[in-house]
Ligand binder design. Structure first.
Ligand code: NAD
Ligand code: TYD
Length: 349
């Protein structure tokens, strides 16, 4: 099959791993990476695939309707794998409208463009929307998010993602657009922008800066290695049933404070520092407003129906992640100079 696949947000953290996987695994497909290159988009993430003949980069903004329509008319993509988004909860608290614009309006503009192109011939077409478990809101101390859990988002980020999920379903119901959605837990791994917990703390430990743990640190997240998410996206894209949702997660829950202490001890070893050196950097700071207590995914459906399961344990994944940041100091320096310093001051000082 000769497919023309549009991947949006392919220069970002997860998107770059998805682009790499598809470009290398499917030489018969053409992979179009559409990205506007916000602070989170970085073409350095894709240096190893940029010269491949089945890879095309398109710099464009999903909120620009005319530009998106022209691009769809020109390239006539058979499928879309949509990852482009504003993705950081803390930023969404400061600037919710930016999240509504990109995550809701941007998704609708893509849905409209795809609908304009194919509404008379949906055969072999697919709109795949990549979403988050945060749409389900917060769990108490027990229970897991299943595909039937009601949406109950609490942050502007998760509300905007929930809204975009609803629009994707609505286009399926209303216009017959073939779609699939996956909702994944927290990712970690190489190329993660150092505003999210794990890469931020790796960078701060390297620089002996304080580690700002929100509230009492007893918040729980379910962590998945990013390449396992990319493999999950490949699986759902090719084998997921139409109009279905799949939850993706690694059954790997960690309280923030336990995860931070593990990271500190791995970093002490890596940096040949005294045990306990990094832990002394932990500083409890003001809590995030509306902070969700716990996320945890029940990934039984994707496992049973599509045979997906994580390939990397948390211990292996964290070690690989730390190694990557040490082997890519230039990447880290580039993304933490300039504008990042203003971000850091605004959010943490
Ligand atoms: P990211 O912030 O690292 O990357 C987002 C990418 O989208 C960037 O390359 C950015 O330049 C691009 N982008 C932003 N606005 C755009 C616009 N208007 N037009 C075109 N491109 C634009 O995000 P990520 O962590 O890689 O997340 C990717 C997707 O996966 C998001 O939809 C997110 O909601 C979802 N997700 C993320 C996680 C996670 O833990 N990071 C977990 C589950 C789901
Ligand atoms: P984050 O990586 O921002 O992902 P999300 O909010 O989407 O789950 O945060 C993960 C957890 O770590 C979350 O409970 C908030 C917490 N956290 C801190 O304690 N300090 C920080 O500086 C950051 C960025 C997050």
């Amino acid at each position: 099959m000769n497919k023309k696949i549009l991947i949006t947000g392919g220069a970002g953290f997860i998107g770059s791993h998805v682009v790499r996987l598809f470009v290398n695994k499917y030489p018969e497909y053409t992979i179009y990476n559409l990205d506007v290159l916000t602070y989170a988009g970085n073409l350095e993430n894709l240096r190893d695939v940029e010269k491949k003949s089945n890879y095309v980069f398109i710099k464009a903004d999903i909120t620009n309707e005319n530009q998106i329509n022209e691009i769809f008319d020109e390239f006539k993509f058979d499928s879309v794998i949509h990852l482009a988004a504003e993705s950081h909860v803390d930023r969404s608290i400061k600037d919710p409208l930016a999240f509504a614009r990109t995550n809701i309006l941007g998704t609708m503009i893509l849905l409209n463009a795809f609908n304009r192109l194919w509404s008379n011939n949906w055969s072999n077409k697919r709109f795949y929307h990549v979403s988050t478990d945060e749409v389900y809101g917060s769990l108490g101390l027990t229970g897991l998010f299943t595909e039937d859990t009601s949406y109950d988002p609490n942050s502007p980020y998760s509300a905007s993602k929930a809204s975009s999920d609803h629009f994707v379903r609505a286009y399926g119901e209303t216009y017959g657009m073939p779609y699939v959605i996956s909702n994944c837990s927290n990712n970690y791994g190489p190329n993660h922008f150092p505003e999210k917990l794990i890469p931020l703390f790796i960078n701060n430990i390297i620089n002996k800066k304080s580690l700002p743990v929100y509230g009492d640190g007893n918040y729980t997240r379910d962590w998945l290695y990013v390449i396992d998410h990319a493999i999950g996206i490949d699986t759902v894209f090719h084998n997921g049933a139409n109009a279905e949702t799949y939850n993706i997660g690694g059954f790997n829950e960690w309280k923030n404070i336990d995860l931070v202490k593990l990271l500190c001890s791995l970093m002490d070893t890596k940096l040949s520092r005294e045990p306990g050196d990094s832990e002394r950097l932990i500083t409890y700071v003001k809590d995030r407003p509306g902070h969700d207590l716990r996320y945890a995914i029940d990934a039984t459906k994707i496992n049973k129906e599509l045979g997906w399961c994580p390939t990397v344990t948390f211990e292996e994944g964290l070690a690989k992640t730390i190694d990557w940041y040490f082997d890519n100091k230039e990447w880290l320096n580039n993304v933490t100079s300039g504008e990042y310093q203003n971000y850091y001051k605004e959010y943490y000082n």
